[in-house]
Design a protein around this ligand. Structure first.
Ligand SMILES: Cc1cc2nc3c(=O)[nH]c(=O)nc-3n(C[C@H](O)[C@H](O)[C@H](O)COP(=O)(O)O)c2cc1C
Length: 182
């Protein structure tokens, strides 16, 4: 199983990173045939989609914008599972994650069919509704239905009272979730 892991928090060692690492630990411990490609968006040059539609012209391979996204398209196409990890920013995902997702527009949507997606979120408010995490869950559901991706797992945790590193319940739950990825 080839995993494409995307870390969308600007904090390299923050809550979202801790959650993602524990999830991937669960995945690795349960499965033998795992290959993980991890990207950290904050350290990459990924520009916003220009909406030029050059990608739909058949004259351009993937996207006309020359930045770090170009190296990711083939890795993405070859992956079985995409794991998206992001803090909730203004009732949605971070700008880094949005730029990355918008740039997937360059791919043939059929190339997503049959792939799986996992969504991991951290937020300061108490639950999925008050934090706005529900909006992101809906976005990933719409995106999955539109592209034929299978939205197989999601996990969200509040960091309002405890950091993820201090939250042994969340760490254990997300680790178990990783083990359950099939
Ligand atoms: C710009 C910004 C916007 C935020 N917006 C929300 C929000 O809409 N809802 C929420 O519950 N938490 C919000 N938060 C809190 C973060 O989601 C929360 O602290 C998260 O765990 C941070 O993850 P990190 O440690 O990976 O940076 C926001 C934080 C920042 C910096």
């Amino acid at each position: 199983m080839r995993i494409f892991s995307v870390m969308g928090s600007p904090n390299k060692n923050g809550n979202t990173s801790a959650l993602l690492q524990r999830y991937l630990k669960g995945v690795e411990e349960k499965h033998n045939d795992i290959e993980i490609t991890s990207i950290y968006l904050q350290e990459m040059d990924i520009k916003g989609c220009r909406g030029c539609n050059a990608c739909k012209s058949n004259k351009v391979e993937n996207c006309i914008i020359k930045d770090d996204m170009n190296n990711l398209y083939n890795k993405l196409k070859g992956s079985d599972v995409m794991v998206l990890a992001t803090p909730i920013y203004f009732f949605s995902m971070t700008a880094q994650m949005k730029a990355f997702l918008d740039r997937l527009y360059a791919l043939d949507f059929n190339s997503f069919t049959g792939k799986k997606i996992v969504l991991l979120m951290t937020y300061g408010d108490t639950d999925e509704i008050s934090s706005g995490a529900i909006n992101l869950i809906n976005i990933v559901e719409y995106m999955s239905n539109f592209t034929g991706i299978d939205f197989v797992q999601r996990y969200g945790v509040s960091t309002g009272l405890y950091t993820v590193s201090e939250n042994s319940k969340a760490l254990d739950e997300v680790y178990q979730l990783g083990k359950q990825l099939y």
